[in-house]
Write a protein of this length. Structure first.
Length: 416
C-alpha cells in the first residue's frame, strides 16, 4: 500500500491492532506494534526495521528494533487472539501445516544451518519455520509458528556443533528448546491452537508431514481427520488384505496374526489398477476464463480403499486390523503414471469431489508464503535472536490477517 492508503485505514488499523495486541499492556508496546504492522504494509523494497522506520513519520528505528528484538512480550496471547478472530472471519475449511525457508548468510541466526528448503529448491544456508494456517479456497491466514532447530543446534544431540552452547546463548534460545522434527512441531501447533478453543475441520499437509506414520497416527489419536500428500514409496495393504496366523504347534504362546501378503507401495498398487481406474473430477474455479466464466480445475484421479502400513501403525494396532483409509492418486490423461498421491482417514462415504477439494487446498499455503514474503517482508527480518524471530513472524501474520479482512469486507477497497 502507499502512504495515502495506509493513512486512510489508520483508524481501522488502530482498532485492529488494539484488539489483537490487547495483551501488550506495557506503555508504548501497542503503539510500537501498530507502527510495525503499518511499516510492513507500506510499499517498499525492504521491510527490515531501519527502512520501515524511515517510511514511518515520527518513528525511530532504535525504538522499533528494541520492541521487536528485546522487549519481553509474549507472542502466545497475540496469536491466540489472531486465531480466534480469523477463525470467525473466514470459517476455515481446513488447517494446513507447511514450512518455509529464510535464506541466510553466516551462522548466528537461531536455527540456521545447511538444510533443504523448498524456497530455494536445494540444500542451502537457511532457517526453516513451520506454520499452521487456517485455509479456505478464497482466504487464509497463518496463526501459529515454530522455528525448526536442526540437530546441530541441540546440545543433547551427537550432531551438535562444537560451539552450540555459545551460539544458543547469543541467540537467546531457551534451555528447554531442542531439536524436534518438523512433523512434531506441526503437531505442537495443532495442540496449541486446539488449546485456544478452536477445532480443525480437518488437517491438510504435504509429503514432508504425510510421509510420517507417526504424524498420521498422531492426528488419528487426537480424533482429527486429515488429507495429506505422500511419497510414491509409502506402503499400504489393499483393503481386502487378510490377517492369518501360522499353524500353532502347541508349544509356547500362539503365533500372532500377520497380513498374509506383503505391503505394496502406493505407486505400485495404483499402477496395478491401470489408468482405466481413473475418473475425471473438478474441484474449484481456476484463474482461466472461457466465455467470461471461470474454467473449473479438473483432472483424473484414482480412488482406492487401503490400510496404510508401516512399523508405527503395526505396533499401534497390534493383534487387530489396521484402520482403513483413502488412497488418492492424481493421474492426468497425458501422463504415463500418477503424479501425486494422498492418504486420508475420512470415511468411506466421503464424496470424491470433496476429497479432491481438500487434497488441493494446500495451494493456499503457497499463496500465503508468496504474499508474506514479497508483500509483507516475512523473510526480511535481520535480527539474530529467538525472541525477535517469533515477534517478527507474529507481527507479519497480523499484517497479513488485516489485509485479508480488508479483502473480505465488501465495503472496503481491497488493499494492493
Amino acid at each position: 500500500m502507499d502512504v495515502r492508503e495506509v493513512e486512510r485505514l489508520r483508524a481501522d488499523l488502530a482498532d485492529f491492532t488494539s484488539d489483537v495486541f490487547g495483551s501488550l499492556t506495557r506503555a508504548g508496546w501497542q503503539d510500537r506494534a501498530g507502527q510495525y504492522v503499518r511499516g510492513l504494509m507500506l510499499d517498499g523494497r525492504r521491510k527490515s526495521i531501519q527502512p520501515m522506520a524511515g517510511r514511518l513519520p515520527g518513528v525511530h528505528d532504535q525504538a522499533l528494533n528494541h520492541f521487536v528484538t528485546n522487549s519481553p512480550w509474549d507472542v502466545v496471547p497475540v496469536r491466540r487472539r489472531l486465531a480466534v478472530r480469523m477463525e470467525r472471519a473466514i470459517t476455515p475449511a481446513a488447517w494446513a501445516l507447511d514450512d518455509t525457508g529464510w535464506l541466510k548468510c553466516g551462522t548466528a541466526s537461531p536455527g540456521v544451518a545447511r538444510q533443504y528448503t523448498g524456497t530455494a529448491g536445494k540444500v542451502t544456508n537457511c532457517q526453516i519455520g513451520v506454520s499452521l494456517n487456517l485455509v479456505t479456497d478464497t482466504a487464509s491466514c497463518p496463526v501459529d509458528w515454530r522455528l525448526f532447530l536442526p540437530e546441530s543446534w541441540d546440545p543433547a544431540s551427537p550432531a551438535a556443533a562444537a560451539d552450540v552452547d555459545q551460539r544458543r546463548a547469543r541467540a537467546g534460545i531457551p534451555d528447554d528448546v531442542g531439536h524436534r522434527e518438523k512433523w512434531r512441531l506441526g503437531l505442537d501447533t495443532v495442540d496449541e491452537t486446539i488449546g485456544w478453543g478452536l477445532r480443525p475441520p480437518l488437517i491438510v499437509a504435504d509429503a514432508g508431514y504425510g510421509d510420517s506414520g507417526e504424524f498420521r497416527h498422531g492426528l488419528a489419536e487426537r480424533g482429527l481427520s486429515y488429507v495429506v500428500q505422500v511419497a510414491t514409496t509409502i506402503s499400504v495393504y489393499p483393503q481386502t488384505a487378510v490377517r492369518t496366523a501360522p499353524p500353532y504347534s502347541g508349544v509356547g504362546p500362539p503365533p500372532k496374526q500377520r497380513y498374509r501378503d506383503a505391503a505394496i507401495s502406493v505407486k505400485d498398487l495404483v499402477l496395478s489398477h491401470g489408468a482405466a481406474a481413473a475418473r475425471s473430477v473438478s474441484w474449484r474455479d481456476g484463474s482461466r476464463t472461457r466465455a467470461s466464466r471461470p474454467v473449473k480445475m479438473r483432472s483424473r484421479f484414482v480412488f482406492l480403499r487401503v490400510r496404510p502400513a508401516g512399523r508405527v501403525l503395526l505396533a499401534a494396532h497390534r493383534d487387530q486390523d489396521l484402520p482403513e483409509a483413502w488412497l488418492i492418486a492424481q493421474w492426468p490423461p497425458d501422463q504415463a503414471e500418477p503424479t501425486k498421491y494422498w492418504l486420508s482417514n475420512l470415511p468411506a462415504t466421503t464424496a470424491k469431489r470433496s476429497l479432491i477439494r481438500w487434497a488441493k487446498l494446500r495451494w493456499r499455503i503457497e499463496h500465503d508464503y508468496r504474499e508474506l514474503k514479497t508483500g509483507l517482508g516475512l523473510d526480511h527480518y535481520e535480527g539474530r535472536t529467538w525472541q525477535g524471530w517469533h515477534h517478527h513472524v507474529t507481527l507479519v501474520a497480523a499484517a497479513h490477517a488485516y489485509c485479508t479482512l480488508q479483502r473480505l469486507d465488501p465495503k472496503a477497497p481491497a488493499p494492493a
